[in-house]
Every structure is written in C-alpha cells, then in structure tokens.
Design a protein. Structure first.
Lengths: 215, 215
DNA sequence: TTTTATACATTCATGAATGTATGTATAGTT
DNA sequence: AACTATACATACATTCATGAATGTATAAAA
C-alpha cells in the first residue's frame, strides 16, 4: 500500500489516536508499545512515526482532542438560556457528569487520566492538564459566584474561595470514586445530590470571617 | 563485600523499599528500573533480586508496609476513649488526614498510589488495594452508623449507604485535590470543615425514602 | 506527462532493562 | 575447624522497544 489522500491521512491519524486510547486504557500508558498502538489500528509503526514523534506526542494529542470537546462543552454551557448564574453552573456541571457516563470514549480518557497514566515530571502534560483544569474551571465558577453576588442572589460576604474548593472536592470525589467503583452507586443521582446539597448550604455555611468576632 | 547478619539483611530489605519509594515517587513506577532502586540504596541488582522477585514484588511490599501502619492506626482509632461512635469516626478520619500531612513517607506513598502508578490488570495490587480500602472502611463507617442508630444518636431511617458514599466522596476529594494542588488550600481546615458539614447535615439530608410518599 | 512530495511499510542498528547464572566472603551450624 | 547456607556483587544472555534509515506506491503539483 502507499499514499492515500489528505483526508485519508487525517483519518488514519484519528484512527491511531483511537487505537492509542483503547490500548492505553487496557494496558496502561507506560506499558503500551508503539507497535501495539499501530497494530490496534491495523497499521505499522511506520504510520505511527509519520504522524507522531513518540508516545508522549500521541498521548498529548489524545488529551488535546478531548480538550477541544470540553471547550465546545464550555461554549454550550455559556450559551445556556438560564439567567441565574448558579443554575447555569449547576446545569453545566451535571451536563459534564452526564456526558462522562454517556460517552464511552470520554469515560475511557477520564479513566486513562485518573488511573492508567503516571503524573511524573517526564510525563508532562498530565499534571499540568489536571491542574490547569482546576484553575480554569475555578475562574468560571468564581465568575458565576461574583455574578450571583452582584445580582443579590448570594450575600456579599460569601467566601468564594472556600466555596470553589468545596465544589471541586465534591466533583473530584464523585468522579474519582465512581471511576474506581462504578457499581457502588449511581453517578447521576449522587452527583445531583452533592451539587444540590452544596448549593443549599452555600449561603449559610460559606460566609467569610468578617463577622467572626461576634459571639 | 559479602554476607551480613540476619538483622543486617532485614535492614537492607527495608532500605530497598525506602529507595523504591523515593525513586517511584520521583520517576513514576513504570519508568523506574531495578538498577535505579538498587543504586538509590547503594546496592546492586544482586541485592534486589535476593530480596524481591521483580518490580511488582517490591511495589507490593511497599504497599503492604504502609498497610501495616494503617492497621496499627485503625487499632489506635478503635481504642479511642470517646463513647460517641460518630465522634470516634470523625476523630479517626481527621487523624488520618493529619498523619497524611505530617508524615512525609506516608504522603510519598499516597502520591505514588494516586499519581505515580498505573492501575492496570497487569499491575494488580493497586486497583484492589484502593477498592478494598473503600470497602473495608465502608464496613467500619457502617458499624459506627449502626451503633449511632442503636443508641438513638441518629434516626432509624438514616440512609446509611448514601451517607457512606457521601463521606467517601468527601475524603477522596480533599485528599486527591490536595495532593494535586497542595498550596491551593489548607488540608486540615478544609477536611475539618467538610467532615463537620457532613455530620451536621447527616440527620436532615440522609434519611431513607421510607416516607417518600408523604407530600 | 513528468516530477515531486506524501503517506505509509519494511528493515536495521542500538540501547536499555530484565532475569539468570556464577562468584565469593562470611555468618551460622556441627 | 570444617562445612553449609546466606547475602550479596558481578557477569552474561536474551528480549524488546525505540528511532532512524530506506523502500515504495500514489496523490498532487508542475
């Protein structure tokens, strides 16, 4: 065989990433050889090295591809018809969680990131990806809270930082635990419960220490 | 050099595990070679292969050593003078969290487990370790709740399963997030807050659906 | 239509890690 | 005191993944 059309080449690139996802998920990233990826895609290492520099490179490409989808997802969220910023936040979080369970490929990548790869200095993009994810979503959550405060939906002395951390803990916790023990509980109902509880207790339990000296 | 005394041999075994912890933490488990471990311990692969069968083997030994300490920790917890089972539960959880931050070696192993190794089928003990940890601690938590119900500290229709899951989500979430971004928040105060919030809302928000049809 | 760059497959050279086999000095045993 | 098992170090053989080099058929450019 030999050269295909440009569109074909782009498709084999995608096939290689698909194959990498499958093998990474099954064997773990470190244990996967480039040959396994190529074989899974019914190709040879020649094809691999044409499209990617090394394993690092295809791993990053896999993450980038998923990140693009997540970006689109963020757009969807911000295009929500909901006027209440906290309702929009709630809605988008639950949407992400729903997609995680619904889309097998997204779940595979999540499982790879949380369980099937090592966050080492040598293995950068993962660490920065996860950290940046937290930081970027922190900004979004902060914006929603600030808007809620501005429109008097939340008290002015809301401890936004603590609330953000608390929310991240909830999401990180359910997702990690569910990926670890998917049969132990229902992801959707638990996530909904957590988020609703969080928003319920938000105005009572997350006020800043301004009035701490009252007793 | 040559043969040392039996106690010496036991100590070199420990040194090898210490070295493995350090190199695993720095390079990731998959990326570490047995030679690196031996060198870190100022030994050769000959010593390694005398004490361990392969990398798997020393990795499991490392986990087992930590598990033993955790077992002792469980004993400490159950020997608590506190009579209230939920207070005992709270106390022991916060103790574990405190130890995680205080003991550098414990933290290293946690970071290895959460960030520096791959949970693959080939790489069993990790997956089972984490899962078993959840299941075993679930039993302990369940026992505490049942005792609390029996002594009328908690309502009889407490949804124990949901509460357990919820508690695990909290702990998993803070620990994971703090290991990822240690400077983003203070572990102790956040954990305390989470746990206290949990116990606060327990009797109101975690009742079973027995009375669901009332409206 | 010829040429050239592309999209791979195939082959090869290298290095690194593993496991094993062997060597050896000494702690225990008799 | 002689012997044996232990606790390693050293040396060796094998595997295997990587990366590069080369081959090649065809799409696209000229």
């Amino acid at each position: 065989m030999a050269r295909r059309t440009k569109e074909d080449a782009q498709r084999t690139r995608e096939q290689l990433i698909d194959a990498a996802e499958i093998v990474f998920h099954r064997e773990g990233v470190a244990q996967t050889s480039l040959n396994e990826i190529a074989q899974q895609a019914n190709l040879t290492r020649g094809a691999f090295y044409w499209h990617f520099k090394n394993k690092q490179s295809i791993f990053k490409a896999m993450l980038d591809r998923q990140a693009v989808e997540l970006g689109q997802l963020g757009m969807v969220m911000e295009a929500s018809s909901e006027s209440d910023p906290l309702a929009r936040l709630r809605e988008s979080i639950l949407y992400v969680v729903r997609e995680l369970e619904r889309d097998p490929r997204r779940r595979r990548v999540y499982e790879i990131v949380f369980q099937k790869c090592e966050m080492t200095e040598q293995n950068e993009p993962i660490g920065t990806l996860l950290r940046d994810n937290v930081l970027i979503s922190s900004d979004r959550i902060r914006a929603a809270f600030n808007e809620a405060i501005a429109t008097k939906l939340m008290p002015a002395n809301l401890d936004v930082d603590s609330a953000i951390t608390h929310l991240h803990v909830q999401i990180t916790g359910v997702v990690y635990l569910w990926l670890l023990l998917p049969d132990k509980f229902d992801l959707q109902s638990q996530a909904t419960r957590l988020i609703d509880l969080f928003f319920d207790q938000l105005p009572q339990h997350f006020l800043s220490d301004a009035g701490e000296h009252l007793d």
